[in-house]
Design a protein around this ligand. Sequence first.
Ligand code: MG
Length: 253
Amino acid sequence: MSERTAKYNSEEIAGIRRSCAAAASILQELVAYAKPGVNPLQIDEIARARIRDAGVEPAFLGYEHFPAVLCTSVNNIVVHGVPNEHPFRDGDLLGLDFGVVLDGWYSDVAVTIPIGRVGTETQRLLDVTREALDFGIAQAKPGNRVGDISAAIQRHVEAASFQVIRELVGHGVGRQLHEPPQIPNFGKPGTGPELTEGMVIAIEPITSLSSPHVRLAADGFSYETTDGSLAAHFEHTIVITSRGSQILTAVDT
Ligand code: MG
């Protein structure tokens, strides 16, 4: 695998677009099942069924030995949570991260949702992190650099007195799940690789209420905040176009 950032042509982007549409559509359906009393393994089972129905393959199953098709990250688990049998409780935060492979093309998309009713501060973390994704995407255009995306995300999150996680980054995506360049959620405008038409990247602000750092949890897959604080994560796969960018994992609601 080359370390060079891939630039995709229109036919290739059409393939990635189909993969992204399938992933986003399945994820949207999974969100509707996440309720108090349901457990993460049940959501993973539904995801497996929808993958079969759609005629696609899971992108995460087996990736670095990950045992599920879906990451379910609850509360202080930041990303890469392994689906288990612990039922969701009212007030939990649930991160769902999902991707598929279609005709060899990868997709990657994530949301964080409240289970039942969450507190005001928790809801604000969700709102700010989702807004940070929008601000990051707004900087994704030809001539800008990766640091413009990173800085926009960091500025919005820190203005709300929350933290961006330093150890986890966005990435290129297409022929592989993770390709260059890395897209950190902190940085300086005008620095880093230049963004050019045809690049496909996953932008994913990953935040917490109070800790900028994570550590690997006991299961060997999931990352948890070092201070136990709640975390949020939103992600879209986008393509850089001649005029700006287009979100490939958007869903009609
Ligand atoms: Mg990703």
